[in-house]
Design a protein around this ligand. Structure first.
Ligand code: MG
Length: 382
């Protein structure tokens, strides 16, 4: 299938920070996707929290299965809009690489700890992982990904950070847009987590079908499913409803984006980037429905008493780990200690803090819990 004129074409990539010969039997973006899959940070996603901490149950989404669902939706969107599927997939698989252990609870705690030293933001950290922290190639640091994949990973960014980032930061200063594949990967993320959080929320019994009937998007599809099928089990009704919700969001996004593309008529990816507003978007009605679902999940699931208790505990683990390691970086593995010393010699305490944050952010949930016990439980020998 030929790509549309406004797609990001791998032949016209803006390139890699460290120039490399073109890949032989893959496109530039396929190579990016493959490098992400082979990274250590990607494997760690398996043991990182999405909403439910990894050991709360084997069937809940993790960062890894979440990222796979985002990639699946992103590829569908890309293919129907004649955009580059490999690029959309690479961005989707990489978008959460910088997440701390324990999901947003962990990120908030680490951000608090890092406030005097420039802060911590998981989105920025995802870029740092692919640009700097993955360390296994002979010729460059990081994964040396294409510009288009990197700009897609960086979804938002402060002016101050944007200035420090150079090329990928520029659009935040000039108030421009990323390519269409980045725009759709961002919305694929939202479709994936809203829907799988309904599924996990119901499965965990922290929210109920009765409560969800106040959410128009859910109620409409659930009612239709109940009417159409008389004898479904609760599990079947839940899944049938959620697949219809995902389908209706994806269909609306494709249809509405086609309308917008037709009206704006961009002739190239450069014209897409030069715009002030994104072209990939839900229709106004569906955007409102999607927002209502998001609001419901925030109030009823993410702030649920039991989730809150786990959140508070997770924040304490992250905070205590950071404080102990910041005070005495020698407690970290020797390679991190050496890095902390080198960075401190160059940038002072902020340099030390950044390496401690990298170390803590890289931990999986279970590693963080185990490390916490190793550091604070005097009965643990090692
Ligand atoms: Mg995500």
């Amino acid at each position: 299938m030929r790509l549309a004129a406004y797609a990001s074409s791998p032949e016209q990539t803006l390139g890699r920070r460290h120039p490399e010969p073109p890949p032989g039997h893959r496109s530039e973006y396929q190579r990016d996707r493959d490098r992400v899959i082979h990274s250590a940070a990607f494997r760690r996603l398996e043991y990182k929290t999405q909403v439910f901490v990894n050991h709360e149950g084997d069937l809940f989404r993790t960062r890894l299965t979440h990222s796979l669902e985002v990639a699946q939706i992103a590829r569908t969107l890309a293919r129907s809009l004649r955009l580059d599927e490999d690029l959309a997939e690479a961005i989707a698989l990489a978008h959460d690489l910088g997440h701390t252990p324990f999901g947003h609870a962990g990120q908030d705690a680490l951000n608090d700890c890092m406030r005097p030293f420039g802060g911590f933001e998981h989105n920025l950290q995802s870029l740092r992982v692919v640009d700097e922290l993955e360390d296994k190639y002979a010729e460059f640091r990081g994964l040396n990904l294409s510009f288009e994949t990197r700009e897609g990973i960086l979804k938002h960014c402060s002016k101050k950070d944007a200035r420090a980032l150079g090329d990928v930061g520029r659009r935040f200063l000039e108030r421009q847009q990323p390519g269409l594949e980045a725009q759709l990967a961002n919305l694929a993320d939202e479709i994936a987590y809203n829907n799988h959080d309904v599924d996990d929320g119901l499965r965990s019994r922290l929210i109920s079908v009765e409560q969800l009937m106040a959410v128009p998007l859910f109620a409409r599809h659930y009612t239709a499913v109940e009417k159409r099928y008389a004898a479904l089990t609760p599990k079947q009704a839940r899944h049938e409803t959620i697949r219809r919700m995902i389908n209706s969001l994806v269909s609306d996004l494709i249809a509405n984006t086609r309308v917008r593309l037709k009206a704006a008529d961009p002739r190239s990816a450069a014209e897409v980037r030069a715009r002030r507003t994104p072209l990939v978007a839900f229709s106004a009605d569906v955007a409102a429905e999607n927002l209502a679902l998001k609001r419901f999940l925030r109030e009823e699931l993410y702030q649920h008493h039991l989730v809150y208790r786990m959140t508070a505990k997770a924040q304490r683990v992250v905070r205590d780990l950071f404080t102990a390691l910041m005070e005495d970086p020698r407690l970290m593995p020797p390679e991190y200690f050496q890095q902390a010393q080198a960075r401190e010699a160059a940038d002072g305490r902020a340099g030390r803090a950044r390496i401690v944050a990298d170390y803590v952010a890289g931990m999986t949930d279970r590693y963080a819990i185990d490390e916490y016990e190793r550091l604070f439980d005097p009965r643990r020998l090692r």
